[in-house]
Design a binder for this molecule. Structure first.
Ligand SMILES: Nc1ncnc2c1ncn2[C@@H]1O[C@H](COP(=O)(O)OP(=O)(O)OP(=O)(O)O)[C@@H](O)[C@H]1O
Length: 311
C-alpha cells in the first residue's frame, strides 16, 4: 500500500446547521490530524452525521466552513481519491455480488479495477466476494462499505459508525485495521455513539453533545485527568495506614476489612510513606478510569453547566 507522510487535515471552523427550528450543529470547530485515529463521539442526535455530511459536501452549512487539506470537499481536485467515506445509510443493491458492487464503484469512480481484489482482501471479504449482498450480515455490509471507502487508496478516511454491527472478532479486526491505516500517515475520523467502542481504537477524541464540542483531547490525557490520584490499597494494618496517609494529607476511605481507597497522593508516594513507617501492604494499584467513566464525567459536567446556565 502507498505510504503517506502526513495526509491532509480535516478542519471544521464555526460549523452551524439547523433543520427547521432545530439546531443540529452549533458552532463546531476542530482539526483532525493525520497519523492517528480520531473518534467523533456523542449520543444519538448529537450532530455527528450532520457534521460528517458537511465535511463530505453532502450538506451545506448555514455558516462556517468544512475543509479537507484546506479546501471544501467540492473544490478538491480528486475528491474520490482524496477522501474515502462510509456513511451510515450505505445503499447496497441486494441482488449484486460484493465484488461486482466494488467493480461497478471502481469503474464509476475511475479507479483501477485491480484495487477491487486488494480491498476485498484487506477487509477480509475475499471468501464472500461472489456472494450476493442481500444475504450479508450488518458486519459484512460494514466491511464492504469500508472496502468501498478504500478503493481510491485515499489519504483521508471518514467513517460513520464503522464498528456498529461487528461481532467481537470484527471489533478486534477493525481496531487493528484503523490503527494500521493511521500509522501509514492517513487522517482517520470515525464516529460512534458509544464511548466503549472507541476504547483501544481512538488515539484522540472529539466529544460532542447537542451540536457543541464538549472535549477535544488525547485519549491518554482524558483518562489521566479522570483517573486522578486514586490508589487502591490492601493492608492488614488499616488503622496505621490511615494514620500515616491522612497525616500526609491524603483522603482515605475504608472499603472493607483490609482495603482502602486513597486519594490525593500518587501511588509511589503512598508506597514510600507506608514503607517508612513499616506498614505492610499486599496490594497497591492505581485506579484507571475507563473511557466510559470519563465520558460520564464529561457529560455530567455539561449537564450541571446547562442547569447552572438555566437557573
Ligand atoms: N435531514 C434532516 N432533517 C431534519 N432533521 C435532521 C436531519 N438530519 C438530522 N436531523 C436532526 O439533527 C440532529 C442531529 O442529527 P445527526 O443525525 O447529525 O446526529 P448523530 O449524532 O449522527 O446521531 P446518530 O448517532 O443517531 O446518527 C437530530 O436532532 C436530528 O433529528
Amino acid at each position: 500500500m502507498t505510504g503517506f507522510r502526513d495526509g491532509p487535515a480535516i478542519e471544521a471552523r464555526g460549523l452551524c446547521k439547523r433543520y427547521g427550528g432545530a439546531v443540529a450543529v452549533d458552532g463546531l470547530s476542530f482539526t483532525v490530524r493525520p497519523g492517528r485515529v480520531t473518534g467523533f463521539v456523542g449520543p444519538n442526535g448529537a450532530g455527528k452525521s450532520t457534521t460528517l455530511r458537511m465535511l463530505l459536501g453532502l450538506d451545506a452549512p448555514d455558516s462556517g466552513t468544512a475543509l479537507i487539506g484546506g479546501k471544501p470537499y467540492t473544490a478538491l481536485d480528486e475528491p474520490l481519491a482524496t477522501v474515502g467515506a462510509l456513511l451510515d445509510s450505505e445503499a447496497l443493491h441486494p441482488g449484486r455480488r460484493a465484488r461486482d458492487h466494488l467493480l461497478w464503484l471502481a469503474h464509476y469512480s475511475g479507479f483501477s479495477t485491480r484495487r477491487v481484489d486488494l480491498v476485498l482482501d484487506q477487509v477480509g471479504l475475499t471468501p464472500a466476494a461472489r456472494k450476493r449482498t442481500g444475504g450479508f450480515s450488518l458486519g459484512m455490509r460494514q466491511r464492504l462499505g469500508i472496502a468501498a471507502a478504500l478503493l481510491g487508496d485515499p489519504p483521508v478516511l471518514i467513517l460513520d459508525e464503522p464498528v456498529n454491527g461487528l461481532d467481537p472478532e470484527g471489533v478486534q479486526w477493525i481496531r487493528r485495521f484503523l490503527k494500521s491505516l493511521a500509522a501509514e500517515g492517513r487522517t482517520v475520523l470515525i464516529s460512534s455513539h458509544l464511548m466503549s467502542e472507541l476504547e483501544d481504537t481512538a488515539d484522540h477524541l472529539l466529544v460532542i453533545g447537542r451540536g457543541r464540542l464538549l472535549a477535544d483531547t488525547d485519549v491518554a490525557d482524558l483518562l489521566d485527568e479522570v483517573s486522578g490520584e486514586r490508589v487502591a490499597l490492601r493492608t492488614t494494618r488499616r488503622a496505621d495506614a490511615l494514620m500515616v496517609l491522612s497525616g500526609a494529607g491524603a483522603t482515605v476511605v475504608m472499603n472493607g476489612p483490609d482495603s482502602l481507597t486513597v486519594t490525593g497522593l500518587p501511588a509511589q508516594r503512598v508506597a514510600e510513606l507506608l514503607g517508612a513507617d513499616s506498614v505492610p501492604f499486599s496490594e497497591l494499584t492505581r485506579h484507571r478510569a475507563t473511557l466510559e467513566e470519563a465520558y460520564m464525567e464529561l457529560t455530567s459536567e455539561t449537564a450541571e453547566f446547562t442547569a447552572r446556565e438555566a437557573s
